[in-house]
Design a protein around this ligand. Structure first.
Ligand code: HGY
Ligand code: MN
Ligand code: MN
Length: 416
């Protein structure tokens, strides 16, 4: 006779319907999403998520960073809960599944357990972590970072967006400042389901990624100061061109990443020049360098080279330069025992799998500092993410969520 719960499967159809309904909240302009953190769209998505969780029989907790925690009671409420979770905020031109699959996949697990009347020894909690993306308020994984004691809440509340709005004020404005002190919760284990956001699983025909490690990251904000001048009448030898300095540094970052292959990446995604007028030489340029590697030595080496080369480029052009780290985490090793439980769940379900290193950062990277944590990945089409054309298949979503279901049940211990 099969062990209790062995034949349990989530409803792929219900999961997909919820993903598509959430995708209507904060729509993008090309089929994806623009549901940036602490916007009205984020608030709408949070309220929808809360309603769904309460309909599934959960109570919702909320901490002072706006982290949401849907709680499903266990037989022994004194035991530390098993957590699932990810994020509902998106990039400005984000996809429908980055973060959302982990939150709504967790919701589908809760719905499935409720439908089947499954009781577990440990409580189960589903988290929606605030501001994972870090696109509106740097750094990424801000609220899970405060939860894990990486950042202070004052630092987080003081972070400003491009319009000078403060994180703390915006969280209050949307009505999601909770009573619960952030970081007070105890976690037995945390499982984050996420799309791969890279090409490996699809290319190899694998259905499940068992995430054993995560890349480390540096975000370095560079501020160049030159002199605004007329693009027509100013001789080339008299120019102090911040835009040219930015271009040369961007090229250098790419070369440094290429020099550290394999397993190193570097780019500049956010760049602004002032006054950004067609016929004015930029007097100021502000941009963020994003470098990553799963190897600490490579990460440190890339940062050291960039911090030496950028000032040299600036000096050649007569530019002032400031470099400020605005985001960082070291390479992450997830919990080996939980990784094995994910492998066992995939094998029990008959889904193909492979171990994988996460190229992207995730809330799990910080929660891993305070509790045993692991990630489960599903493929995404052409490895594309942080693009409105991000796509997965209902089959991939369902299989990843079934693995989440069975790995969580293993940790929470079925009672009946
Ligand atoms: O930057 C990252 O890797 C994540 O998407 N926030
Ligand atoms: Mn994500
Ligand atoms: Mn993302």
């Amino acid at each position: 006779m099969a062990a209790t719960g062995a034949n349990l499967r989530i409803s792929g159809e219900r999961l997909w319907d919820s993903l598509m309904e959430m995708a209507q909240v904060g729509p993008g302009i090309a089929g994806g999403n623009n549901r940036q953190t602490l916007t009205d769209a984020d608030a709408e998505g949070r309220r929808l998520f809360q309603r769904w969780c309460e309909d599934a029989g959960c109570t919702m907790g909320l901490d002072t960073m706006g982290n949401m925690f849907a709680h499903r009671e266990g037989e022994d409420p004194s035991l530390d809960p098993v957590y699932m979770g990810s994020h509902l905020d998106t990039q400005p031109t984000g996809g429908k599944y980055d973060g959302v699959l982990g939150v709504l996949g967790g919701l589908e697990v809760l719905r499935t357990l409720g439908d089947a009347g499954i009781r577990t020894k440990r409580p189960i909690v589903l988290a929606n972590w605030t501001n994972e993306e870090g696109t509106r308020f740097a750094p990424a994984m801000l609220a899970s970072g405060v939860f894990a004691g990486i950042h202070t809440q004052d630092y987080a509340y003081g972070r400003e967006d491009a319009d000078g709005k403060r994180f703390g004020d915006e969280l209050k404005r949307i009505g999601f400042v909770g009573e619960e002190p952030v970081g007070a919760r105890r976690i037995h284990s945390m499982f984050e389901l996420h799309i791969e956001q890279g090409p490996i699983l699809e290319a190899e025909g694998k259905e499940i990624g068992v995430v054993t490690h995560g890349q480390g990251l540096w975000w370095l904000e560079v501020r160049l100061t030159g002199r605004e001048a007329h693009t027509g009448s100013t001789p080339m030898t008299m120019r102090v061109n911040a835009g040219l300095g930015m271009a040369r540094i961007i090229e250098m970052v790419h070369r440094v990443a290429m020099d550290h292959q394999p397993d190193a990446v570097g780019a500049v995604g956010q760049a602004n020049v002032w006054p950004n007028s067609r016929n004015v030489i930029p007097g100021r340029a502000v941009f963020t360098i994003d470098i990553r590697s799963p190897e600490q030595g490579k990460l440190d080496s890339m940062r050291a080279i960039i911090e030496a080369e950028a000032p040299r480029i600036a000096a050649e052009l007569g530019l002032g330069i400031e470099i400020e780290p605005v985001g960082h985490f070291d390479p992450v090793t997830f919990d080996p025992a939980l990784a094995q439980s994910v492998r066992d769940a995939a094998d029990k379900l008959g889904h193909s799998r492979r171990d994988i290193v996460s190229g992207a950062g995730h809330d799990a990277c910080w929660i891993n500092r305070v509790a045993p944590t692991v990630m489960i990945m599903c493929p995404c089409k052409d490895g594309l993410s942080h693009n409105e054309a991000e796509e997965i298949t209902p089959d991939w979503a369902a299989k990843g969520t079934d693995v989440l279901l069975h790995a969580v049940l293993e940790a929470a211990e079925i009672v009946s």
